[in-house]
Write a protein that binds this ligand. Structure first.
Ligand code: COA
Length: 231
């Protein structure tokens, strides 16, 4: 088994996607034809896991989204604005040659850790996925995701509350990043001046001129002659 590199943003000029085969043509095609376009248009960011030779073996696409509050489960809607801010894990696929080895789970763990970091900077209540089919739905449920409609056995929309991510990451043995609930250490570096604060004290520079002795003597003579004129 070859070593795989850590998840990284897709670099269309470097990553080889030509032979990517997850068994789902639409997902393979999207990676080849639309992932770069979506990145350039700022509509989806694609993260990949690749071999040391830059062959993509797994990818996930991420985008900001919003959940219609009226259709949201209570835990999502509770004390939230309408729509409810969320993160969309739009696509996830693993090349069949690497499936069943934990790569998909590792990439989801990375995405969940990213969601914790994003939530600390710009809040999102939940992470949302639209499973391809019922089999994929079971895969997400295994990771703790809940169906939007538990009474609909074929429903493919699932969510995980951001507040549940930490427990999921711990269960997966993945490092938990510093989230919104954990205060960041104080940073004392100055950022900008507070316009309401008093202006800084201006420093006074003292210049001491040391005159050569000859000039000092002339100055003394001139001062004496001025004095006599005054008298
Ligand atoms: C679904 C997919 C992403 C899983 O990736 P993977 O790297 O093969 O999965 P992992 O190796 O991380 O996980 C394997 C585990 O999931 C379990 N699993 C696999 N398919 C499952 C399913 N349909 N339901 C429940 N569990 C499933 C395995 O039993 C295994 O469990 P274990 O770790 O306890 O042994 C991958 O098979 C894939 O790309 N499929 C095609 C596209 C797709 O369906 N994408 C889903 C996105 S909506």
């Amino acid at each position: 088994m070859t070593d795989l590199r850590r998840p990284e943003p897709l670099d269309p000029s470097r990553h080889d996607r030509g032979g990517f085969d997850s068994g789902e043509l639409a997902l393979d095609d999207w990676l080849r034809r639309y992932a770069g376009q979506n990145r350039r248009g700022d509509t989806a960011a694609t993260w990949v896991i690749a071999t040391p030779e830059d062959r993509v073996v797994a990818y996930a696409s991420l985008a900001m989204t919003a959940i219609d509050r009226s259709a949201a489960p209570d835990l999502v809607a509770k004390r939230a604005p309408d729509p409810v801010p969320a993160l969309l894990l739009g696509r996830l696929a693993v090349d069949r040659r690497s499936s069943g080895l934990g790569v998909g789970t590792a990439l989801v763990a990375h995405v969940l850790a990213t969601a914790v970091e994003l939530n600390a900077k710009a809040a999102c209540r939940a992470i949302v996925v639209d499973a391809l089919h019922e089999r994929a739905r079971a895969w997400w449920e295994r990771l703790g995701f809940h169906p939007f409609d538990p009474d609909e056995p074929t429903g493919t929309e699932l969510y995980l509350l951001t507040s549940e991510i930490e427990a999921t990451l711990e269960a997966l043995g993945h490092e938990v990043p510093r989230g919104a609930a954990r205060p960041t250490p104080r940073d004392d570096r100055p950022f900008a001046r507070d316009p309401a604060s008093p202006p800084p004290q201006r420093s006074v520079r003292l210049t001491v001129t040391v005159r050569p002795p000859a000039l000092t003597a002339i100055a003394r003579t001139l001062r004496r002659s001025d004095d006599s004129r005054l008298r």
